[in-house]
Write a protein that binds this ligand. Structure first.
Ligand SMILES: NC(=O)c1ccc[n+]([C@@H]2O[C@H](COP(=O)([O-])OP(=O)(O)OC[C@H]3O[C@@H](n4cnc5c(N)ncnc54)[C@H](O)[C@@H]3O)[C@@H](O)[C@H]2O)c1
Length: 256
């Protein structure tokens, strides 16, 4: 019970339906609940989110779904009010929501750029900003920002996603410095190529899949659980001396 007594809000957590490919947020929600946390699953996919939270409750866990578009400040304010109304406090925030956009610089429209920045950079800022006052009230907390290995290294086919994930990586360090004395920790997680609903279609092409596995020293693509286990560590008190750090979980891709 590594999260016993803790209350966690996870964004992008709708993709946790049993029997289907889970995303990092959905897998984290299940893992957090099994480790004793009360979990608020937040997303814009209300159908899947309600289904996941319902399955968790059926299994005896304390889980609630709420609609939260991470790009809208009012949604964040409402989400934390609802979390505290339901569970009394907030200990952990996982900023995980995301979308992909595979375009080169000259193919990237202003709309694509803004949309990527909004969800991955502004969304992370807004969530962190609104979480701080609630974490202060309970004497600390842990904020986990799901960036990407693409927030550390470049690639030939992606533009705004790299820029936005790089922004969230450094934002985590700035926030970590600002709130360390208040026992509020902020860390980033950098997943490599992992099978989730987000990548399902793109990674299903056999030739591309072979290439991705070939680039991954461990010899397989990641699973949502591989990432959720890292997120769990950063959420738990086991990582109480860890802040402003980058946890790379990529099967060795960026070590090359
Ligand atoms: N799968 C990978 O290989 C990989 C690698 C590195 C980083 N990531 C990052 O991991 C995170 C989780 O992705 P995943 O691969 O688990 O996919 P996923 O599809 O399970 O998760 C993304 C979730 O975010 C939600 N979402 C999108 N826009 C939103 C918004 N504005 N507000 C709230 N929710 C929103 C989606 O509805 C979806 O449920 C993303 O930030 C993604 O960029 C994924």
């Amino acid at each position: 019970m590594r999260l016993e007594g803790k209350v966690a809000l996870i964004t992008g957590a709708a993709t946790g339906v049993l029997g289907s490919t889970m995303g990092f947020g959905g897998a984290s929600a299940w893992l957090f609940a099994r480790e004793g946390a009360k979990v608020v699953l937040a997303d814009i996919n209300d159908g899947l989110g309600e289904q996941t939270a319902g399955q968790m409750r059926d299994d005896g866990f304390d889980a609630t779904y709420l609609h939260l578009d991470v790009t809208r400040e009012q949604d964040w304010a409402d989400a934390f009010q609802a979390t505290v109304a339901a569970y009394g406090k907030l200990d952990v925030l996982v900023n995980n929501a995301g979308t992909s956009a595979r375009t080169t610089v000259d193919e990237t429209t202003e709309e694509i750029w803004d949309a990527q920045m909004d969800v991955h950079a502004k969304g992370v800022f807004l969530g962190t900003k609104h979480a701080i006052p609630f974490m202060r009230k309970v004497g600390g907390g842990s904020i986990i920002i799901v960036s990407s290995m693409y927030g550390i290294v470049g690639s030939p086919t992606v533009t705004a996603y790299h820029a936005a994930k790089g922004a969230s990586r450094l934002f985590a360090k700035a926030a970590a410095m600002q709130y360390a004395k208040e026992n509020i920790r902020v860390n980033s997680v950098h997943p490599g190529y992992a099978d989730t609903p987000l990548t399902e279609q793109y990674f299903s092409d056999p030739e591309r899949r072979r290439w991705l596995i070939g680039r991954t020293p461990v010899g397989r693509l990641g699973k949502a659980e591989d990432i959720a286990n890292g997120i769990l560590y950063l959420a738990s008190d086991e990582s109480q001396w860890v802040t402003g750090s980058e946890l790379v979980i990529d099967g060795g891709v960026t070590a090359q």
